[in-house]
Design a binder for this molecule. Structure first.
Ligand code: ARG
Length: 299
């Protein structure tokens, strides 16, 4: 009289679902990358450092999902995917005291934005990780992509969803009586000459600037830099706060409906934090469908 007891164990993988754009950065004090402050745990858990295999700081990046990072195309340079080392869960990638939160993976694949050749035109790239990052609450988490969040922010003036997103971005930037503030973060130089450098992740707030105003400011300063819809500008008229060399590829996030949305990717600039010269960013929303296509095709 044998009795068979069948025990069914359902292994439910709850680990792969996580909310994007979480941040303890609700009351954002003003910090410095140039003119910023050191970031704290939980404020920017989607920011990743990109290093060479020898541990040289190259650029910043942001986590989109377990497998994919977004950065600037010029950060890739001549490197092959495996020559780029991504470090997540670390405020100071050069320090080993954070070993418990730290996650490291080389790139397995790199995709440059369609049409990218060099420099700061179409300056966007996606990196697929060799070993996927694991979500760690407050330490390693994804950033939100603009998608629907951007529509709610930029289209509420007209109520029209079929608008040109970039035009609407500009209109919203101009109309805001309160400036739209973004937070940019990275391990780059703390001043234009690279005299002060910090191994700690720094963050700073900068207001978005419309494309027309941005182009005009560069022109006034004697630089002809066309700001088309693939780009975004951010900075204070008086300067003083900005991204700088080494911050490239890092995220410019804007808090929308309580989550951090990846709005720009650090791309270029004339010097750093100079009065009247904003920082140049790649406009993430312009590349949204390419990003989504690429990261969905291969998880
Ligand atoms: N191209 C620089 C880099 O590779 C980023 C320059 C950002 N400059 C600025 N003023 N916002 O790190």
């Amino acid at each position: 009289m044998g009795r068979i007891i069948i025990i069914i164990i359902v292994v439910y993988d709850a680990g792969s679902k996580v909310a994007c754009g979480k941040s303890r950065l609700s009351t954002i004090g003003n910090g410095k990358i140039v003119g910023g402050v050191p970031a704290d745990w939980g404020q920017l858990p989607f920011v990743v450092a990109l290093e060479s295999p020898r541990g040289q700081q190259l650029c910043g990046a942001a986590i989109l999902n377990e497998r994919w990072l977004v950065t600037a195309a010029h950060c890739i340079g001549r490197n092959k995917a495996h020559q780029i080392v991504a470090i997540a869960g670390s405020l100071d990638p050069s320090s080993l005291s954070e070993a418990s939160n730290r996650q490291v993976s080389e790139g397995a694949d790199v995709r440059l934005a369609p049409g990218y050749v060099e420099g700061t035109q179409l300056d966007l790239a996606l990196i697929r990780l060799k070993r996927p990052f694991k979500w760690r609450n407050g330490f390693v988490e994804p950033v939100c992509l603009p998608s629907t969040k951007v529509n709610t922010l930029y289209s509420n003036q007209t109520g029209n969803k079929m608008i040109d997103l970039e035009d609407e971005q500009d209109r919203a930037i101009n109309q805001q009586t309160n400036k739209i503030l973004g937070t940019v973060a990275g391990w780059g130089w703390n001043d234009e000459d690279g005299v002060n450098m910090s191994s700690q992740l720094h963050r700073v707030q900068v207001p978005l600037m419309s494309r027309a105003e941005c182009e005009k400011r560069f022109q006034t300063a004697g630089y002809s830099i066309p700001i088309d819809k693939t780009k975004l500008c951010a900075g204070w008229p008086e300067g003083g706060q900005d991204a700088c060399q080494g911050d490239s590829g890092g995220p410019l996030v804007v808090a929308q409906d309580g989550v951090m949305v990846l709005t720009g990717v650090v791309s270029g600039g004339i010097g750093c934090a100079r009065p009247g010269l904003p920082g140049l960013y790649t406009n993430v929303s312009y590349f949204l469908s390419w990003i989504l296509d690429t990261i969905k095709k291969r998880k």
